[in-house]
Design a protein around this ligand. Structure first.
Ligand SMILES: *Cc1c(COP(=O)(O)O)cnc(C)c1O
Length: 228
């Protein structure tokens, strides 16, 4: 692994530059450090440099790190696929879930959210490109799901998330992110309070910020390539 603190600073500089370029207020884009496949020790190093929001994709792997780092004021975000039998662990240990695309999963998260904790923050994952292999709700079904979720007492619906297909073309990247923003704007008329667009990763965060991202999810750009 390269020095993750240097890498964190480089990502922060990219975010700041993109905010300026698009006339967006400094600090309007949050950085989620995606620590899947990296150790609690790696997280501690990045936490030590001031990073507070960390994203995980696999519950079992996450719980081990959450236990090691308990008491450190890390804000944990779940960003991976969710099976029904994982909802309790997610409801008990995470502040945010970005990857909700089924009502049944949302109902379980609401029912299982402990009362000592505030409502859990939720983004609906949208399959913005329509690729068959991708998870996420089709755009045409997002409004119906948002209405259902907004009625669940222990959830706070915050916005939308997407993972577009990897692509090197900046204008194509922007096109996918623009569609997610427009969908969020449409949903906001029926279900107000959607303040979050979780979009942009290591390779496309500039395009996402240009289209209004409020949270970029960066893994390899901070921790290095997974599995090395
Ligand atoms: C792994 C992952 C990321 C981070 O991707 P990088 O390309 O490593 O920055 C972001 N979002 C989700 C949902 C992921 O699973």
């Amino acid at each position: 692994m390269k020095d993750p603190v240097q890498a964190l600073h480089a990502i922060q500089a990219r975010i700041t530059a993109a905010e300026r370029l698009n006339n967006r207020p400094s600090g309007s884009v949050n950085l989620l450090a995606v620590s899947k496949a990296h150790s609690a020790a790696d997280i501690r190093v990045v936490f030590g440099a001031g990073q507070r929001m960390f994203g995980e994709s696999y519950l079992q792997e996450a719980l081990t790190k959450i236990e090691v780092l308990a008491g450190q004021h890390v804000e944990w975000h779940f960003i991976g696929p969710i099976q029904s039998n994982k909802t309790r662990g997610i409801a008990e240990h995470f502040s945010w879930v970005h990857s909700v695309d089924r009502l049944k999963i949302a109902q379980r998260l609401s029912a299982q959210r402990p009362y000592r904790l505030p409502p859990i923050n939720i983004c609906i994952e949208v399959n913005i490109s329509g690729e068959a292999s991708k998870s996420g709700v089709p755009p045409a079904e997002a409004l119906a799901l948002a209405r259902e979720l907004s009625r669940l007492p222990r959830l706070r619906l915050r916005g939308l998330m997407t993972i577009p297909p990897a692509c090197n073309d900046y204008e194509k990247q922007r096109g996918n992110f623009r569609r997610l923003r427009e969908l969020r704007d449409t949903l906001n008329q029926a279900v107000p309070g959607l303040d979050t667009l979780s979009m942009g990763m290591t390779d496309d965060l500039e395009a996402a910020i240009a289209e209004g991202s409020t949270l970029v999810r960066v893994g390899s750009g901070i921790f290095g390539k997974r599995g090395t």
